[in-house]
Design a protein around this ligand. Structure first.
Ligand code: OAD
Length: 238
């Protein structure tokens, strides 16, 4: 694959859309305990509590619009045919901004899965009419279609992400604290395989040490600079 450009996003890209990140001062994991809300054990202990939390987040996300950062990534995809986007986010804002080649590593908050018959569908109603929601096929308990702590990532998405990271020429890391594996490993794989690593993040992260270029700013402005850089580098020959 030639001139493969890959981006990895985290919660920081949606911060400017008003969606709280997980870590940091105003992060969700500062106010809530992940082991009570984002593990399979927590869900089976108290599905109502977990669903109430997801219902609240779904409400926040439903009101949010993609910001300039999401839009710039969608524009890069349109202009650079060998561009792929890997996201840890479950909010679907990349797709709402027009990105089509999106690999979702941690699932999607609009997806629901039956724990009994494994039926999967999208459920966009917010607030949900019934908590916890029930499967329309078998009446079983539905769970959010996201990856929780202690769970494996979807195999097809993860394999594709590894492959893209190995083959990328430019690997752009945006708005992730890069502490949750295996997603956090992808920039290292790209770097080991010769990619130029670019980071966009107002804060330092473990990736900063291996980054060839750093835009120490928000995704909205930083990604505009990344776009200009890609245009300069590949614009003419793309
Ligand atoms: P974090 O909340 O850990 O990190 C958010 C990152 O975004 C931080 O490095 C911030 O500095 C940065 N940031 C904040 N505002 C920004 C902005 N406007 N532009 C760019 N960057 C900004 O979020 P993730 O790294 O995505 O997993 O977290 C990884 C995973 O941990 C999540 O997918 C979730 C969570 O637990 C699951 O739910 C499985």
């Amino acid at each position: 694959m030639e001139k493969l450009i890959v981006a990895l996003t985290g919660a920081g890209i949606s911060a400017e859309s008003g969606i709280p990140t997980f870590r940091g001062k105003d992060g969700l994991w500062n106010k809530f305990r992940p082991e009570e809300l984002a593990t399979p054990e927590a869900f089976f202990r108290d599905p109502k509590l977990v669903w109430e939390w997801y219902d609240w987040r779904r409400g926040l996300i439903a009101k949010a619009e993609p910001n300039e950062g999401h839009k710039t990534l969608a524009k890069i995809e349109k202009e650079f045919p060998h561009f792929y986007l890997i996201t840890q986010n479950v909010d679907g804002l990349h797709q709402k901004a027009g990105s089509e080649k999106v690999i979702e590593l941690h699932g999607n908050i609009w997806k629901v899965k039956c724990v009994n018959c494994k039926y999967e569908t999208y459920e966009y109603r917010t607030p949900l009419p019934e908590i916890p929601p029930r499967c329309e096929q078998c009446g079983g308990l539905l769970r959010p279609g996201v990856v929780w702590f202690g769970e494996s990532l979807p195999m097809d998405a993860l394999q594709k992400a590894y492959e893209l990271s190995r083959e990328s020429l430019i690997f752009i890391v945006i708005g992730t604290s890069a502490v949750v594996y295996p997603a956090a490993e992808l920039p290292y794989i790209a770097k080991e395989n010769g990619a130029e690593v670019i980071e966009v993040n107002p804060e330092e992260t473990p990736i900063s040490r291996i980054a060839d270029k750093i835009f120490r700013e928000k995704a909205s402005t930083g990604l505009k600079k990344v776009y200009d850089y890609l245009k300069d580098r590949y614009g003419a020959e793309r």
